[in-house]
Design a protein around this ligand. Structure first.
Ligand code: SF4
Length: 285
């Protein structure tokens, strides 16, 4: 079970008091009536702290006082920072503020949470020394597990019965300090962090092939090597000879009934010296 990180009291108190909304906290003294809380003018500012009374405080009075304070906390703009401060620890690992209502929690609620936190810490498995992990059988099972996903394939690759492979896998989970049950990838990640999988390519659970970097770019070969290029001498430019346009003159003049063929009028016509309409009409007349 993952436990939230508890800050040290100095860091937590600074984050709390440096917050931009700290001055608007619900338990701050009201400017006009300093004995009452700014968040609720019916609640005394002393409600957040245990009163220093001879003979103590009656349980019912205390419960009512703390409940009123908690209700103000619920609307407080710095409740999260205040709760982090309320959960912070001293250097010797004790609750920094054991008596106050803080962050919407009574002292008793915060104390219970602190006990649960310490119990969980004690129950968390601690990583074993490296020499306990680097036995031949553990390493061979671990490396088989890095490549195979099914228990039978792992056992076959490790050359052990499946029961032995599973047992070694279970031992590894504990000795790597992982919470049970740990997934295959959690186990392999922890093992890689301890240097037990150096040089081993881990195959993901989905069996996908790890990405392989692209080969370095090689420039494309030129189609014709520079040494084989030949220089061809172009002929000297002669007089300008525009192209003839037979299709133009035929489509324009030969298909119209009653008109002369264009070839008869201008046999040497080119795109530049096409006869004008006036010349055609003059020749036809
Ligand atoms: S959350 Fe903290 S700062 Fe806000 S009112 Fe409660 S005790 Fe005061």
């Amino acid at each position: 079970m993952n436990q939230p990180i508890r800050l040290d009291v100095t860091t937590a108190h600074q984050a709390f008091t440096d917050h931009a909304h700290f001055r608007y906290r619900g338990c701050a003294p009201d400017p006009d009536q300093p004995h009452l809380a700014a968040g609720d003018h019916t609640v005394p500012v002393t409600s957040w702290e245990a009163p220093d009374l001879d003979g103590g405080e009656a349980p019912a009075v205390r419960t009512a006082r703390e409940q009123a304070a908690v209700e103000v906390c619920v609307g407080c703009p710095v409740m999260v920072q205040c709760l982090a401060y309320g959960a912070s620890l001293t250097r010797d690992g004790k609750l920094a503020e054991p008596y106050a209502v803080l962050g919407g929690m009574t002292p008793m609620e915060r104390h219970r949470a602190f006990v649960a936190y310490k119990t969980a810490l004690q129950e968390m498995p601690q990583p074993a020394p490296a020499r306990q992990l680097q036995t031949d059988q553990k390493l061979v099972v671990l490396r088989a597990l890095a490549v195979h996903t099914s228990p039978q394939a792992v056992a076959d690759a490790a050359g052990t019965p499946m029961r032995t492979a599973n047992w070694q896998r279970s031992i590894l989970v504990g000795k790597l300090g992982l919470a049970r049950p740990a997934t295959r990838m959690q186990l392999l990640t922890a093992a890689a962090e301890r240097g037990l999988l150096d040089g081993v390519q881990v195959v993901p659970d989905d069996g996908s092939v790890p990405a392989v970097p692209r080969p370095p770019h090689r420039p494309r070969k030129p189609r014709r090597p520079a040494g084989r290029l030949t220089v061809v001498a172009l002929p000297e430019p002669g007089p300008y000879e525009p192209a003839r346009v037979p299709s133009l003159r035929r489509s324009r003049f030969t298909d119209i009934a009653g008109q002369l063929a264009f070839d008869d009028l201008a046999p040497d016509a080119t795109i530049r010296n096409l006869p004008t309409r006036a010349r055609v009409l003059e020749a036809a007349a």
